[in-house]
Design a protein around this ligand. Structure first.
Ligand SMILES: [Zn+2]
Length: 188
């Protein structure tokens, strides 16, 4: 079973969701330290052989903030912010520069020659995000309706009625809050 933080359906969105309670006064950040990225990758079953240095982590977090701004804008039917696109574009150029086309096992294959595991994974996230924001599935992108949650996901439900990152977390919590608010005001 997929862990709750990997429910977005896209590596770029999963990266965004490494912040919990994004709109809370004190958000909880899984990537507060370099080891956090390694642990996040391992939990997702991705290659996590080494961890980024501080500069690498800063780049990952910069990308994450840009992707969240893109996702937030798209989920709210607003134009994609150009400066966030520029961050993604620069990361994509870097990722492509590391690629080589080689002959392997009788086929032509694209390989990433980057040594560091974390940076190869970073490149994969960038490519997944470019696919998402340039693809047809973008109208399925949603921001969780949970108060302060800030998680992004792709709604693959048939009638596109999904509202929460998980019913267990935000869905139930919001319903309990509404119930309590109704009780407090005496409204039915
Ligand atoms: Zn949520």
């Amino acid at each position: 079973m997929t862990a709750p933080e990997f429910l977005a359906g896209n590596l770029g969105l999963d990266l965004c969701n490494t912040v919990a309670g994004r709109f809370d006064p004190a958000p909880r950040d899984r990537l507060a330290a370099p080891a956090g990225f390694q642990a996040w990758a391992a939990a997702r079953g991705l290659p996590a052989g080494d961890r980024p240095d501080e500069d690498g982590l800063a780049a990952i977090r910069r990308l994450r903030d840009a992707l969240h701004r893109l996702g937030d804008a798209r989920a709210g039917d607003a134009p994609l912010p150009a400066d966030a696109v520029a961050v993604l574009a620069a990361a994509w150029t870097e990722a492509q520069a590391a690629k080589r086309v080689v002959l392997e096992g009788g086929r032509v294959t694209v390989i990433d020659e980057t040594r560091a595991d974390w940076r190869r994974l970073y490149h994969r996230i960038v490519e997944d995000a470019v696919r998402l924001f340039g693809g047809d599935g973008l109208d399925r992108l949603k921001l969780c309706a949970g108060e302060n949650c800030g998680w992004l996901f792709l709604d693959h439900s048939k009638n596109r009625s999904r509202r929460w990152c998980t019913m267990a977390d935000c869905g139930t919590l919001t319903k309990v809050r509404r119930f309590r608010a109704r009780q407090a005001t005496g409204r039915p």
